[in-house]
Write a protein of this length. Sequence first.
Length: 159
Amino acid sequence: MTITQVDRAHLSRAVELAREALDDGDEPYGSVLVDAAGRVRFEDRNRVKDGDQTRHPEFEIARWSANHLTPDERAAATVYTSGEHCPMCAAAHAWVGLGRIVYATSSAQTGTWLAQWGVPPGPVATLPINAVAPDLLVEGPVLELAEKVRELQRRRFGA
């Protein structure tokens, strides 16, 4: 598949949610769940600042989907996210049977930026989504959003 203008609009909203997270003192990540008819069903941003490191928006989408959508609805949905899923979120996405993932920036891009700024790696290995969940349909990065996401990450670390 190719990235469409509709995809770009949802990704832009995910990046805006990432900015909202950063402005609230959280890590800058945001995600949007869109159903097969193109309706936004759920959106969230990172909420880890209070100590629960599982409060990633992609994980929240998986939880919400498991409780509110049928298996067929989950499989037909698309998750748009500012940054590629971490291994925890990729596994949650696969376990609940969500469909396509479209991300603005890859984990590799973020890792490169953090290394350039001298930020030590986190406690979990950085892996591409398909290394964790090989059958998921994944598209990204979307390069025209990379600089916006990079700037959010730079602000987060004061680089």
